[in-house]
Design a protein around this ligand. Structure first.
Ligand SMILES: Nc1ncnc2c1ncn2[C@@H]1O[C@H](COP(=O)(O)OP(=O)(O)OP(=O)(O)O)[C@@H](O)[C@H]1O
Ligand SMILES: [Mg+2]
Length: 461
């Protein structure tokens, strides 16, 4: 049995034509349905949901195939339309194409030709669906925006939107590993997509490609440019079209390639290896690194000119530990996400102790570490509530100093009086040391003189 390759609906008052189409296409594995009268065509198409509709232009006196085509477009029905006609004048073909038909055949037609075209259209529909699926996955945060409400993240998102509006051509994103550089680059791409740009998103890790291949990968090559160049090849700059090209770990790029990259960024053209034509670069180029490029430039590991060029539009992502309440927002988001991914309905929650642990830990691996730990807890812990203990057992980098930091005071939402807190801590230290001021000063990590000064200030003497 042939696999169902697609659904085809044919509308023609000529029974011989529809019978021929149905026989030919069914034998190629398509499911075919048809009608020979003009009644309820639109309703039947909506009910049967074909991939392709064949429409006879001279369908009936009261209704032409072009009227049906116009109605299909007006109703925005997700189907491709192929027109059939006995009239071989170019005029009706042009009208049909203008109305949105994908193909046009004059009767008598060649069935083999129709089969090839139908095959191509079905392949095109499949590819479009696949691209739409990947685009959706590429921009998962468009609905709720990138997660981050802390002042530095709000500033970053504002700046990102400004850069999108200004159509910045090259953007540098720096930040520690796992801080979200790639996701911010994707955010840029998706915001541009909301506008007019419609190109792909390409991410290239500058250190993952072998040294001898990276140049050809980036700029493309002509046949014979080097020993293994057996045919012409487009580079990633070309393939990215008007989309976005992310060059990851730029800080580790070879110095000679940095020089070439600078030229590309400044001239907005590339030349394939062995080529003689300058091709325009239309993509937004986003470069990322977790290195301090300024220091690298001072030490000679990074070209100064490239650094200054990239610095024009630079965004520095703060480490997760500097994003305050965002840490919890992200943790709760990942908990919801992984609970629904792995457990479908039963959503887990954090205990108060777990939230305290999350806020006390330093997150050296940043958002990636947070995401991974929460995924692990959701999958491995059997209780409904994730506790601080669960988290600490899963945190590879958890140390006693974090443990003691865990008992630190978390700034309450409504704020607190620092003076009152200081006064209270001094009082506690004095109580615990039986008013021995030298010992109390040591407990508080301040000098004897500072303690005396503070005690005077708070009238504790
Ligand atoms: N603000 C955010 N909201 C939601 N998810 C985030 C956020 N920031 C980072 N993530 C998630 O954290 C993980 C790490 O992010 P990403 O890969 O963008 O980091 P990176 O800075 O590029 O890391 P590296 O330097 O290792 O390449 C990803 O799974 C990403 O989806
Ligand atoms: Mg990255």
């Amino acid at each position: 049995m042939l696999k169902n390759r697609g659904r085809i609906f044919a509308v023609d008052d000529d029974e011989l034509i529809v019978a021929m189409l149905a026989r030919g296409l069914k034998s190629d594995g398509y499911e075919v349905n048809f009608q020979t009268t003009p009644q309820d065509i639109i309703a039947n198409i909506i009910a049967w949901q074909p991939d392709i509709v064949f429409l006879d232009i001279d369908l009936a006196e009261e209704m032409s195939g072009l009227d049906v085509l116009a109605a299909i477009k007006k109703e925005d029905i997700d189907v491709e339309v192929i027109m059939l006609t006995a009239d071989d004048s170019a005029e009706s073909a042009i009208r049909a194409m203008k109305l949105g038909a994908v193909e046009y055949f004059t009767k008598p037609f060649n069935l083999d030709e129709i089969k090839i075209i139908v095959g191509n259209i079905i392949e095109n529909i499949r590819l479009k669906a696949e691209i739409a699926y990947h685009r959706k996955n590429l921009c998962p945060y468009l609905g709720e925006g990138l997660i981050g409400e802390s002042p530095p993240m709000v500033e970053i998102l504002k700046k990102a939107d400004k850069l999108v509006q200004a159509r910045a051509e090259t953007i540098l994103i720096t930040g520690e590993s796992g801080s979200g550089k790639e996701i911010l680059a994707r955010y840029f791409h998706c915001r541009r997509e909301e506008g007019e740009s419609n190109g792909p998103f390409f991410a290239v890790n500058c250190t993952a490609l072998p040294e001898n291949l990276i140049e050809g990968e980036l700029f493309g090559h002509m046949k014979g440019a080097f020993t293994d160049a057996r045919s012409d090849k487009k580079g990633i700059f070309e393939l990215a079209g008007s989309g976005t090209l992310l060059l990851d770990e730029i800080g580790d790029m070879r110095l000679d390639l940095q020089a070439k990259l600078l030229r590309v960024i400044e001239d907005r053209t590339i030349r394939r290896l062995g080529g003689s034509v300058d091709l325009p670069v239309e993509a937004t180029v986003i470069v990322t690194t977790n290195k301090d490029l300024k220091v690298a430039a001072e030490q000679g590991g990074f070209r100064r000119d490239l650094f200054y060029r990239l610095h024009t539009f630079a965004i520095e992502l703060p480490p997760l530990r500097e994003r305050g309440h965002d840490i919890l927002l992200l943790a709760r988001y990942f908990l919801r996400y992984f609970s629904s991914k792995y457990l479908k309905k039963s959503i887990k929650c954090f205990s108060a102790g777990a939230e305290k642990t999350i806020m006390s830990y330093g997150w050296p691996g940043n958002v990636r570490e947070l995401r991974n730990i929460i995924e692990r807890c959701v999958v491995l812990e059997e209780m409904e509530t994730i506790t601080g203990e669960h988290l600490r057992l899963n945190l590879a980098g958890w140390t006693d100093s974090e443990s003691s930091a865990c008992s630190r005071i978390i700034l309450p939402e409504e704020g607190l009086s620092l003076e009152e807190l200081e006064k209270d801590l001094i009082r506690q230290a004095l109580e615990r040391t039986d008013a021995n001021q030298t010992k109390a000063a040591r407990l508080l990590g301040i000098s004897y003189d500072t303690l005396r000064y503070q005690m005077k200030k708070f009238a504790l003497l």
